[in-house]
Write a protein that binds this ligand. Structure first.
Ligand code: NAP
Length: 291
């Protein structure tokens, strides 16, 4: 299988060589070290995909800084909605299957139960609205596509500067007390597992919309406790705080929790988030932190 990847230099893209090592890979991004393809430039995307003639395009490129998106909505729209539309048109021209990684943040966040694929979206911030517009662009023009919504992404190992990476670093350094938000829920999604699910989906031909978070849901506080346990530092104090303790420019729903119901129905239920988090921390972060 020939696989063309956009945004390959990011957190999810860092697992592509491992998970898709048996494929012919063309990895592109706007960052150094990758073939340069800017998805906001329709002509460049079309030419690159026409030249490669991939079987599958894995579209990861996105403006993922949710707070910057809120402050720069035009950048968010261009990167996430228009950029996706450009990739869609190129796939249409080349007859390639498209995998578009979207987000569980497309929901309003008011629902008590984790969101499933059939729940109506209702984005509350600019980032999520632009990602949802990307989904609409995919579904409007293509029939051979997978839209795969992820939850709170974790991964990246050495380059992880997100919540899990930072918490693990603080805990390993003995920083105490730590504070973590306990009034918002989400579904941790190990980027490696996400790509594993994509790979299994590609073998089915069962096109459509999927949620692909690890099983279960939690708060950042729950995650911090789990990271502390994986690193084995029970003396570190973690305090539960409200999200008002960390004011951010972009509004967030109370819940971004998703259930991967369509994957479960295919027999591909993802592993529980605690197992995935433990695997990530112990295999990728602990060696880097020397713990
Ligand atoms: N991170 C999360 O928590 C999360 C959750 C759910 C879904 N997702 C989705 O999962 C996908 C992958 O996310 P990720 O966590 O791997 O994000 P990431 O680490 O930010 O990687 C995205 C990559 O795309 C690049 N990029 C940005 N604009 C581009 C453009 N116009 N053309 C080509 N490349 C561009 C980025 O470069 P720069 O670094 O220079 O911007 C970066 O290398 C995204 O579609 C994202 O919306 C992410």
């Amino acid at each position: 299988m020939r696989l063309f990847v956009t945004g390959a230099g990011g957190m999810v893209g860092s697992y592509v060589p491992d998970v898709f090592g048996d494929c012919e890979l063309v990895v592109t991004d706007i960052v150094d070290g990758f073939e340069s393809v800017d998805v906001t430039d329709g002509g460049s995307v079309r030419r690159a995909i026409e030249k490669v003639r991939p079987d599958v395009v894995l579209h990861l490129a996105a403006a993922t800084d949710v707070d910057r998106c809120e402050k720069e909505p035009e950048w968010a729209r261009r990167s996430n909605a228009l950029g996706t539309e450009n990739v869609v048109r190129a796939c249409e021209g080349a007859g390639a299957v498209l995998v578009y990684v979207s987000t569980g943040a497309v929901f309003s966040g008011e629902q008590a139960e984790p969101y499933v694929e059939s729940d109506p979206p209702g984005p509350v911030n600019v980032y999520a609205k632009a990602k949802l517009d990307g989904e609409y662009a995919v579904a409007a023009r293509l029939s051979k596509y997978y839209i795969v919504r992820a939850g709170w992404m974790m991964g990246g190992g050495k380059r992880d500067t997100k919540f899990v990476g930072k918490m693990a670093e603080f805990i390993a350094a003995g920083r105490t007390p730590l504070r973590a938000v306990a009034d918002m829920r989400g579904t941790p999604t190990y980027a490696r597992d996400l790509l594993g699910a994509v790979k299994r989906l590609l073998a089915t031909g069962a096109f459509g919309l999927y949620h692909a978070g690890n099983a279960g849901s939690c708060t950042r506080y729950d995650m911090a406790l789990a990271i502390r346990e994986s690193i084995g530092r029970p003396e570190i104090v973690v305090e539960a705080v409200d999200s008002s303790a960390f004011p951010l420019p972009a509004p967030r729903g109370r819940s971004e929790a998703i259930r991967s119901l369509a994957l479960e129905r295919l027999g591909f239920a993802p592993r529980p988030w605690r197992d995935a988090l433990h695997a990530y921390v112990t295999t990728e972060l602990a060696p880097r932190l020397g713990v």
